[in-house]
Design a protein around this ligand. Structure first.
Ligand code: URQ
Ligand code: ZN
Ligand code: ZN
Length: 480
């Protein structure tokens, strides 16, 4: 394994930034300090005038996802390679069992697919149905496989949508195991009814998609999931918060002391619903994802959520379908495969629209692109920190570097870019993954299969044990 000395940069962690050199050896950070000397044979990277930040973590991707009758364009190699081109060195993807499918079988399938990953990866596991075997297998996944988060889709009726029985039982099980429940918060019954109503009005084009998923559909589900979590006294993480109603639901709950966390997609921060009114079907359909891009005004509210600390992480929901795949919905918008890309562009878009505008400090940028995800999913400081002992997942960030984002130059195998034509200032000049240089001034050196599966320990299960103890010690339980 190689040694790399990053000289002359400004280290930026979520808590502070300071001038220091960074030395990595055998895939770990071994020194952070001033005037470090390079051991024999080390590669030296000149970081003068640049920042040295923890590798980005994207907590929401779908590589090689079979969905809506097709499979996403990016697999675990091309998707993680694209991520590293943009400074993301770890993804948390999703195992999504079919209803009634054994979740251990689904987990093994996804583990097989991910072996070709070029960067480190981990998995949330979706609970799409419920019986005692699911309850049992959730325990196996936590205790033996390093899974500490379980996803619940409240949308996608007649497919992977959870009913309240599944939500309630699975949230309770998460509590017992010390795992984080997460939700896709859209009321799938409302979507199903609105899709049919809109079709009956003769609307078949992509403009029907946002009409069938208004912000109230997301607000209702976010409030319901938060209320269930509150009654069961379990933390909850809401993925791809896209609108004011959902962000307010989180802020209200947090103001009452409830442990609720929110994730925002780079796309939802800068793209609005005007894209669905584009006359070209392929362009409008390329933006069909759920929750949809929202009317102007929602974006600024999401930025305020990140600034206020009521929203915590940023992600992409990278789930790429090409024009031919999106054309499945040519005559019926509800058949357009839902998903967009972004894994390569996330960090530059958030730096350009966040730090360059003064919305975020560099440390807050690190928090929302890496450290907060590491903390919430219990892999901090192995990930999400430039500190001795952490994995040598590092980005040398050039605040003066510029790039125009385009499908023509992206590394994703998708054929569309929702940030097409956006020129950003602030890009990675070097990405280091597991102590190896994988990006050097635009030259991507991703290696298929190099990525590792990252286990994530459960949160303190003492809490569950203590609660149990309290119940058994309650006066009524004490024998006279
Ligand atoms: O809902 C999700 O997160 C997956 C199925 C990706 N597609 C999407 O439209 N967000
Ligand atoms: Zn989703
Ligand atoms: Zn998703």
């Amino acid at each position: 394994m190689s040694s790399i000395l990053i000289k002359g940069g400004t280290v930026v962690n979520a808590d502070r930034s300071f001038g220091a050199d960074v030395l990595s050896q055998d895939g770990k950070i071994v020194a952070v300090g001033e005037n470090l000397t390079a051991p024999a044979g080390a590669t030296v990277v000149d970081a003068l005038g640049q920042y040295v930040i923890p590798g980005g973590i994207d907590p929401h991707t779908h590589m090689q996802l079979p969905f809506m009758g097709t499979t996403t364009m990016d697999d675990f190699f091309t998707g993680t390679a694209a991520g590293m081109a943009g400074g993301t060195t770890t993804i948390i993807d999703f195992v999504i069992p079919n209803p009634q499918q054994n979740i251990m079988e689904a987990y093994q399938t996804w583990r097989g697919w991910a072996e070709k990953a070029a960067s480190d990866y981990s998995f949330h596991v979706a609970v799409t149905w419920w019986d005692d075997s699911v309850r049992r297998d959730m325990g196996t996944l936590v205790q033996n496989e390093g899974v500490n988060s379980f996803k619940h889709f409240m949308a996608y009726k007649n497919a992977i949508m959870c009913d309240d029985e599944t939500l309630v039982n699975s949230f309770k099980r998460c509590m017992e195991l010390g795992a984080m429940p997460t939700v896709h918060a859209e009321n799938g019954e409302l979507v199903f009814l609105l899709q049919r109503q809109i079709a009956e009005m003769g609307i078949t084009g992509p403009e029907g998609h946002p009409l069938s998923r208004p912000t109230g559909v997301e607000g209702e589900a976010a409030n319901r999931a938060i209320a269930i979590a509150d009654v069961l006294n379990v933390p909850i993480y809401v993925v791809h918060v896209s609108c004011i109603e959902a962000a307010e639901a989180i802020a209200r709950a947090r103001a009452r002391g409830q442990r609720v966390y929110g994730e925002v997609l780079a796309g939802h921060l800068v793209v609005d619903d005007s894209v669905y009114r584009h006359p070209d079907f392929a362009t409008a359909a390329a933006h069909v994802m759920s929750p949809p891009f929202r009317p102007k005004g929602n974006q600024e509210f999401l930025w305020r959520g990140l600034q206020s600390g009521n929203l915590h992480t940023t992600a992409t929901d990278h789930c790429t379908f090409c024009a031919a795949q999106k054309a499945a919905g040519k005559d019926d918008f509800s058949k357009i495969p839902n998903g967009c890309g972004g894994v390569e562009e996330r960090m530059a878009v958030i730096w350009d629209a966040g730090v360059n505008t003064g919305r975020l400090t560099p440390s807050e940028f690190v928090a929302v692109t890496s450290a907060n995800t590491a903390r919430l999913f219990n892999i901090y400081p192995q990930k999400g920190s430039v500190s001795v002992g952490a994995d040598a997942d590092l980005v040398v960030w050039d605040p003066a570097g510029t790039k125009t984002l385009s499908a023509k130059t992206q590394h994703s195998k998708g054929d569309f870019n929702i940030f097409e034509g956006r020129t950003v200032r602030g890009i990675p000049s070097h990405t280091i993954s597991q102590g190896e240089l994988v990006l050097v001034q635009g030259d991507l050196r991703a290696v298929q299969g190099k990525g590792r599966y990252i286990k994530r320990a459960p949160f303190s299960s003492n809490f569950a044990a203590n609660k149990l103890r309290a119940e058994t010690m309650a006066p009524s339980a004490v024998k006279r």
